[in-house]
Write a protein that binds this ligand. Sequence first.
Ligand code: GCB
Length: 595
Amino acid sequence: MKRIVFLLLFCICATTMLRGAAPANLIGNLSGRTTISLNGTWRIIVDPYENGLGSHYFENRKPKDKSDRVEYDFDTAWTLEVPGDWNSQRPDLLFYEGPVWYKRSFSYHKRPNTRVFVNFGAANYQARVFLNGTKIGEHEGGFTPFQFEVTGGLAEGENFLIVEVNNTRRADGVPGAVTDWWNYGGLTGDAALVELPETFIENYFIQLAKGSPEQIAGWVQLNGGKEAREVTLEIPEAGIKQAIATDAAGRGEFHFPAKMQLWSPDKPKLYRVTLSSRGDSVSDDVGFRTVETRGTQILLNGKPIFLRGISLHEEAPLRSGRAVSEEDDRILLGWARELGCNFVRLAHYPHNEAMIRLADRLGFLVWSEIPLWQEIAWDNPATLENAEGQMRDMIARDQNRAAIVFWSLSNETRPGAARQEFLKTLGAYTRQLDSTRLITSAMNTAEKTGPQGRSLNDPLGQYLDVLGINEYIGWYHDRPEDADGTRWTFAYEKPIIFSEFGGDARFGNHGDAETRWTEEYQASLFQHQINMLRKIPALAGLSPWVLMDFRSPQRPLMGIQDYFNRKGLVSTRGQKKQAFYVLQGFYREAAAEKK
Ligand code: GCB
């Protein structure tokens, strides 16, 4: 008995230690900071047999004399551009999965009273980072930023960074071993040094208080000093100047009345907000709005809103590869605008920060999610910790963007006790980090109830504010016209978003509406889906699958797919398929009705 109690205690302690070992908090809003870009050309060594660590690639060794043997040389190695994936930059790396070692030299001149951090916007999937031959940290998760302090490790003058990025898929990772998107590897986010004072404003949360359009609430976190300090928050255009006291841990919370012009897709008003504290100051552009639910409605600023959306991957338009720049994002959101959207579902992982900021400026509501897709190691505590870490960092980066109204926990997961517990914990954690936004998930577990009935009873629904449904009537089962008579019922009285439906069509492939892979088939499928959706009173919005064709290893049909999922309404070259105009027609009507 004693032994059992001891074992139990040991397990509890071990789990708490594991879960308690939270990495350093992220520094928010790097665009408001002094940064030195490390983007551009990096040298790379492809390392399929994982020799790099044993052969000390991270030391950037050179032969000591002419008889010395060193079997690598970054100076003569291949190159890649950062930010960017390796698959689309070199034809020989299109299908590559494994480690690649990146190296870049830079010169740095030390400045007094300055702390320096290195930031990577994203590295898929795992990264080990070395500065001047010494390891400074590692990171897991392919889409969220990470930072390490390098103040002590920087040399005066010449320095070099070496990063091993490994995109090997892992069954215990997030995502797991299988996805329906390309496993683009590499340093896919911006790389930069960030200079900050000894004590600096690490991050802050400034939004309208939950359900109160006339109160601003949030917190600020300092990093550095040991004594309490004051932070001043100013929004000059609104005549706001508030003093916030921080405690010895550098945290200050605030809550004050404010009458703001509210952010909405029609008027995406942003205010310049400045936070300052002895020797540090950071500015940001922040919008203010409320979002909540009432029965089956979503209320934006207290009024019901119908979400005319589209799902999209972070896939570059007009070329292939990860979308990594604001120019890429502008094209994608431009098509969404033309379609008549006021909402985008950024599938299936956090997109680059520029995309969220652009959505904020252009007035798109955003669904943002972590790559928790289908099968995950539900029983593994480290997988849960990983999912929580990705959620935490996505929120830490984007929590001041009014555009984001949903944090999504997962996509298409199979009900079961372990999954339920995992997502319940993740949901509670997400609410604890941000209680102002709505929590959702895309579910695909509707049951057939008779020849024309479908019912969504997934028990995950109880933890969500808004229910997302992915369904593929007319593509993976049944025929497109079967949608017309389908009647939906839902176990929860909550807003419903049809977060996916669609079918593949190759642009320019024509035939009748019965013939798969044609534009006509896809257009007819969209029309039948719309017929069905019109009859669902709880419908709060939709984000069909998908804006643009995207690469996927699961799609090998030659001449049609060529390793692309062709469910796009637009081809990768920007050609609009017939279904684009069907959805556009519906959105025009919906906008006119002010649904
Ligand atoms: C889904 C997934 C999405 C796939 C899509 C498809 O249900 O959520 O990631 O790409 O279906 O095309 O099969």
